[in-house]
Design a protein around this ligand. Structure first.
Ligand code: S3P
Length: 183
């Protein structure tokens, strides 16, 4: 076990709009904390045997949300860093699960920041063939309150790079662990 994680028990669960860096920051955390990473989207793709756009196209978004909810339920208790898909907060049941398994960390990015990075990405069916900025603005309006309701820590994504965000999360986890030990 590395020195960096020897006292760490809480595992971070990352939420936020598509393109905010949940998976890539999750990978950095996994390396630095020497913990496994579970990426819900990857898990769904693996189980379905097809990419997400194809799941949406063949079975529809509601089916995808069912599978996503089931995947969340299956892995929520695992000692692993969890990177979620941006829409995981849409269902009330999922929000309850997230809230009861802290720490939940919201990587809060502006639609402008995200649109620059993911406009035209064919792997993201909700923005493919759409005006990315407009769609992301709609998603932010609808989802920011849902992310806020679940998050124990909110990190402004626009002004920080992924390494600094990873460090901030690790420091937060250390602090949480120390607080728990002194309770
Ligand atoms: C979605 C986000 C995607 C993926 C699916 C739906 C969403 O994950 O789960 O395309 O509703 O915002 P990322 O947030 O990892 O892109």
């Amino acid at each position: 076990m590395s020195a960096e994680n020897e006292k760490l028990r809480p595992r971070p669960l990352l939420i936020g709009l598509m393109g905010c860096g949940k998976s890539s920051i999750g990978r950095r955390l996994a390396t630095r904390l020497d913990m496994p990473l579970i990426d819900l989207d990857d898990m769904i793709v693996g189980q379905a045997g097809m990419p997400i756009p194809e799941i949406f196209k063949r079975f529809g978004e509601a089916y995808f949300r069912d599978v996503e909810s089931e995947a969340l339920r299956q892995i929520i208790k695992r000692q692993a860093i969890i990177a979620t898909g941006g829409g995981v907060v849409l269902r009330e049941k999922n929000r309850q699960i997230l809230k009861s398994h802290p720490p939940v960390i919201w990587l809060k990015a502006s639609p402008e920041f995200l649109a620059e990075r993911i406009a035209g990405d064919p792997n993201r069916p909700l923005i493919a063939n759409e005006d990315a900025l407009q769609k992301l603005t709609e998603l932010a309006d609808a989802r920011y309150p849902l992310y806020a309701a679940c998050a124990n820590l909110v990190i402004g994504r626009d002004d920080m790079n992924k390494d600094d965000i990873s460090t901030l999360i690790i420091n937060y986890l250390h602090k949480e662990t120390n607080n728990a030990q002194h309770d």
